[in-house]
Design a binder for this molecule. Structure first.
Ligand code: SF4
Ligand code: SF4
Length: 153
């Protein structure tokens, strides 16, 4: 309700402030829950979807048991997702018994995005990460290939 002497822009500002305040409160609550579970958040942005038609549901529930942040739960005959708690780690995709049932898309801090929906995809992503880390270690040890070979060749 607009008060006498108050214009529409003031009303919008207050609404915006309330939305921001609510957003911060939600983020703090989410961070506290994840901290209590010992889960770290590596990806700020991402999406997760589950194909309820191919999901084996009650017969399986492996993803629910595996999820470290308790983002998955059983709801009205299907797997429910608490997106706020999902950290896009990929553990659920890795253990899912149906290919392309769970799909995760996540954004890295360098803005690169990756998407996967099969256990083999997750293994491939992990291998790439490991290879990248190994390369970084080698680079930090020696500035160029010649120096590296001299030292370890
Ligand atoms: S990606 Fe899957 S296992 Fe990881 S937090 Fe999200 S729902 Fe849980
Ligand atoms: S692991 Fe895959 S098939 Fe099993 S309940 Fe979860 S989404 Fe469904």
């Amino acid at each position: 309700m607009r008060m006498y002497g108050e214009d529409a822009s003031t009303e919008e500002d207050i609404f915006q402030l309330l939305v921001e305040k609510e957003g911060k409160k939600k983020k703090t609550q989410r961070d506290e829950i994840l901290k209590s579970l010992g889960v770290e958040r590596f990806f700020d942005e991402g999406t997760i979807t589950i194909n309820q038609k191919t999901c084996q549901g009650l017969e399986c529930e492996l993803c629910i048991k595996t999820c470290p942040s308790k983002a998955l739960y059983w709801k009205d005959g299907e797997i429910g997702i608490l997106e706020d708690l999902c950290v896009y780690c990929g553990a659920c995709v890795l253990c899912c018994i149906v290919d392309d049932c769970i799909r995760i898309t996540r954004k890295r801090s360098n803005a690169a995005t990756e998407s996967f929906s099969k256990p083999s995809d997750v293994i491939l992503v992990c291998r790439k990460i490991n290879a990248k880390k190994r390369h970084q270690v080698v680079e930090s040890l020696s500035s160029d290939a010649e120096a590296y070979l001299k030292r370890y060749g």
